[in-house]
Write a protein that binds this ligand. Structure first.
Ligand SMILES: [Zn+2]
Length: 495
């Protein structure tokens, strides 16, 4: 995600609003378990707490997000949508692997579930706000429904009105006329499909969206096909594929009237989509800007190694999203007011590595996403003089005590997307100064290619292992303290 100076005021208002909404909604947004699981009376065998996945992965900032006991491999999302404000209908099939014996588990889903099966057998389920609790049927009373290590499928049928939902943090539903977009971080996917909505559980995805004739449906991923719906003569069908495991907050749905350009550039298929609600000049400017994507990816590959996906893209809706851009996978969503911004394009594309495929373990590891991404943005934008940017911020903010708090290692939910964009890349540049260019750029590239969930502690350890020096104090100064690290060689600040 990228903010922009002019969005910071909006952000402050948002944080205040979010805290107020969370306080007012209490358990309505992130509910607890919907009640005890059914257990057969008079028997000792059968479902027990030991075979129940927890509601939520216990993230320090969003404890109820996701569910424990399984890892999702793939989401096959099939939805039909008409226009802004209308309900949508869906059937999603999740393929997952059990990390423990399971009789029950939890998914995040706001629309109302109407049927659930596990491995083809109808399951019982209960839903409270976005918390869908599923209990599978035991084929044999003495064995759990799903054995640890087994791969299983869950199919959920559902219907609902995503525009009624309020998520923590940034809004996730936006509309302008008939156009609507569901996108946001840290949560948006559960507005339109059942999901283990936490960056610790990346997966591949396929999105099949049926819309009225002549309406476009834009999603994360690569556009595989679009045309008449095979089931309905009055409808069109759009199919998108995400072919490397990625995080669920990096998915989106956009429905409306969009100009869609497809082709191949730099050996990769691209899809650029721009809202027809924008005026003609803006649409042309947006397409010219998106057309710089292959070059930007090539420049990033120099620092980050091979691009992790099979296709590229970009999407400029007309809706006024609350951020400058979002790293929706293979197909970033950009605010229409940011058309032409080189830094933003580089930023969201760098997230294809940092965030989308090298994912967070917990939300308080946000440094790994935004600091490394913003540093890649610094390296690839304009003259690429990261040292000049470091000097400007480090010295320019010297007297502002408030700028140096909170600690980057624990910014709090309200501080998740604030100082990590300026103090974060300072730390990365100081690390570069401390390690020297050869060691630093090796580390930067190796980390960018290390797919899957990683914590900030992992990053500190990997950086420490890259040098004979002990970086414990260096990282404590930059990440754990709430004042400005002194200008010393140990802190990686050139005198
Ligand atoms: Zn970002």
């Amino acid at each position: 995600m990228s903010l922009h100076q002019r969005f910071w005021l909006v952000l402050t208002a948002l944080v205040v609003a979010t805290v107020a909404i969370l306080a007012a909604l209490g358990d309505r947004v992130f509910s607890g378990a919907p009640g005890p699981l059914p257990s057969p009376a008079g028997t000792t065998a059968g479902p027990s707490a030991a075979t129940a996945g927890a509601a939520g992965l216990g993230d320090p900032y969003l404890p109820e997000a996701g569910g424990s006991g399984y890892d999702v491999q793939n989401y096959d999302v099939v939805v039909s949508a008409t226009g802004a404000g209308d309900p949508l209908n869906g059937r999603t099939t999740i393929t997952a692997t059990a990390r423990q014996d399971l009789d029950s588990f939890h998914l995040d889903l706001f629309p109302v579930a109407t049927a659930v099966t596990v491995d083809g057998t109808p399951a019982t389920f209960g839903q409270h706000a976005d918390n869908l609790a599923v209990t599978a049927v035991r084929p044999d009373r003495d064995r759990p429904a799903i054995a640890a290590g087994a791969t299983f499928t869950v199919t959920v049928d559902y219907a609902g009105s995503p525009h009624d939902v309020r998520t923590p943090g940034f809004r996730a539903y936006y509309a302008n006329g008939d156009e609507f977009v569901i996108a946001g971080e840290p949560a948006a996917a559960s507005l339109w499909y059942p999901v283990n909505d936490h960056p610790r559980d990346p997966a591949t995805m396929r999105f099949t969206v049926t819309v009225p004739d002549g309406v476009e449906a834009i999603c994360a991923g690569r556009l595989l096909e679009h045309g008449d719906s095979p089931e309905n003569a009055d409808a069109d069908r759009w199919v998108w594929q995400v072919d490397a495991p990625t995080v669920t907050y990096a998915t989106f749905l956009g429905v409306g009237q969009f100009d869609v350009e497809q082709g191949t550039a730099g050996g990769r298929p691209y899809t650029y989509s721009v809202s027809r609600r924008l005026d003609v000049a803006d649409r042309a400017a947006a397409l010219r800007w998106l057309d710089r994507t292959p070059k930007a990816v090539k420049k990033l590959e120099k620092y980050l190694g091979p691009y992790p996906f099979s296709g590229i893209g970009g999407f400029v809706p007309s809706v006024q999203v609350e951020w400058g851009g979002l790293e929706t996978v293979m197909n970033p969503v950009y605010h229409p007011g940011m058309i032409g911004d080189e830094a933003l394009l580089n930023h969201e594309l760098a997230h294809m590595w940092f965030g989308d495929t090298v994912t967070l373990y917990e939300w308080n590891d946000i440094f790994n996403n935004e600091s490394l991404t913003t540093y890649a943005e610094w390296l690839t934008t304009g003259s690429g003089d990261a040292g000049a940017k470091f000097d400007r911020i480090y010295h320019g903010q010297a007297d502002r005590a408030a700028f140096w708090a909170p600690a980057l290692s624990d910014p709090g939910f309200a501080g998740l997307f604030v100082r990590v964009y300026d103090r974060g890349p300072l730390v990365v540049h100081a690390l570069r100064t401390r390690l020297g260019d050869d060691t630093f750029f090796d580390l930067f590239r190796t980390w960018a290619q290390q797919q899957g969930p990683h914590s900030l502690e992992d990053f500190r350890r990997v950086a420490d292992d890259a040098t004979p020096d002990d970086l414990t104090t260096f990282f404590a100064e930059w990440l754990d303290q709430t004042d400005r690290p002194e200008a010393t060689e140990a802190n990686g600040v050139p005198r």
